[in-house]
Each structure stands twice: as structure tokens, then as C-alpha cells.
Ligand binder design. Sequence first.
Ligand SMILES: Nc1ncnc2c1ncn2[C@@H]1O[C@H](COP(=O)(O)OP(=O)(O)OP(=O)(O)O)[C@@H](O)[C@H]1O
Length: 238
Amino acid sequence: MQTSSNKTSKTSNKHCLIDVEHLSVHFEGYKALDDISFQVDEGDFVYVIGPNGSGKSTLLATLTGLLEPTSGKVRVDTKGGIGYLPQKLFNKRNIPITVEEVIYSGFDKQYLHIKEVQRKQIEKWLHTMQIEHTLKMPIDKLSGGQQQRVYLIRALINKPRLVLLDEPTSALDPGFRDHFNQLLESLHRLGITILYITHDLHEYQDENKKVLYVDQKIHYYGSVKEYKCIHEGGHTHV
Ligand SMILES: Nc1ncnc2c1ncn2[C@@H]1O[C@H](COP(=O)(O)OP(=O)(O)OP(=O)(O)O)[C@@H](O)[C@H]1O
């Protein structure tokens, strides 16, 4: 693996949405992330890659504030909201929460009174995600792929400015995976900033997007195009 600079400097005039400086996250002495620094500008689409256990989910959870840095600074501009799809979906059996309730929990609390508008949005999203029939169903009665679609709706329904997705297509069938990736493209074209954890190199189709390769440290941060050159040149492996 070729290593690019551990601190990625700003090269554009775009607004910086995420600024990570010397971030370390340790679990009982184990360094899941070790002194990483990078920035993400508004409108960026960043694939976060790396082997199993390399700290990708830890990074996204730290950006949302769910995990505290052990040291270092994380600044995320939360104006405009954040949509987050965690890797592990917590759907404990015997907790009677419906699909509708899961999706409602994604709305910004200040809009909770606008029920009619929300209902229409939920209907539209259920249609987009091809799970119209599930609205009143307990979430734990859905298949893994259907649950992932529900949580994707929850992450996106508030029209957040920043979206953090932890392996969003892992449970989706290939046909729907393409459909979802196209949907994400259209959101990105609207200016939404996206961080997307994936193991699937086939998803790297648009060479203008970026790759952040994490394995405790940042081993690469740059364009997909450059990443592919290095990869195809035989200097690196995933
Ligand atoms: N809450 C926790 N307590 C202890 N160790 C943890 C905790 N969360 C993560 N870890 C450890 O930190 C390391 C990084 O985990 P993380 O889930 O961030 O990896 P990942 O890159 O997302 O992996 P994968 O590709 O398998 O999803 C792993 O060794 C994991 O065991």
C-alpha cells in the first residue's frame, strides 16, 4: 500500500464539513484508530475502505458523536443535519417497534408536529425502497435486506446535508443495490456530502470520487482515479 500524507490539506475553496485532527480511538488499550487526520469538503463523495477490523465503523461512529475520541479533535459541521446508517441494526425481538416508528425517529424533532407532510414523505420513500407493505409491521419481522432499506430511509428522510453510511448495501440484492447506488448518485448531485464504507471495489465507478483507506492509520486519501492507478500498478492491495 502506498501511503499518502497522513494529513490531507485543503486544496479547494469549498466549505469544510469534517475536520479530523490527530484522532485516536482506543478500546481497552487497543488502538482502533491511531493519530489520523483528514478533511472532507461539502459535496465530496468519499468511499471509506480497509480490511475487517481496520477502524472504519469506529471512525463513522466517532464522527456522529456516538464514540468519544481517546485523543485528538473531531469537528463536524452539523448544520443541516447528519443521516447515519450504522453497520449493526438493533432490532431486538419482543420490542414492539414498527417500521413507521423507526422511520419517524429519523425526523428532526422540530418538525415532528408536521404529521401530514411526513406521512407523504414516508409513503414516497417506502415506494422508492420497494417496501410499501411494511409500514405497520414490527421491524423484527422484516428480512435483513428489508430492515436495511428501512434504516436507509431513516438516514435519508430528513434531507441531511451530510450522510454517513456503514456498508449500506451489504444486505441488498444485486438489482436493488444498483437502484440504491443510483439514488445515492442523485442525492450527491444535489450537493449532499456522503461517506460510504464499502468492501466492494465494483462500486468505484465514478473516478471523481475519493477513497479514504483506513487501517488504524490513513494509508491513502485521494481520488479514485489515483487509487486505481496505484492499485492497478501493483503497488497496493485491499
Ligand atoms: N466497543 C468496542 N469495544 C472493544 N473493541 C472494539 C469496539 N468496537 C470496535 N472494537 C475493535 O476495534 C477494531 C476496529 O473495529 P471496527 O468495527 O471499527 O472495524 P471495521 O473496519 O469497521 O471492520 P469491518 O470491515 O469488519 O466492519 C476491531 O478490532 C474491533 O474489535
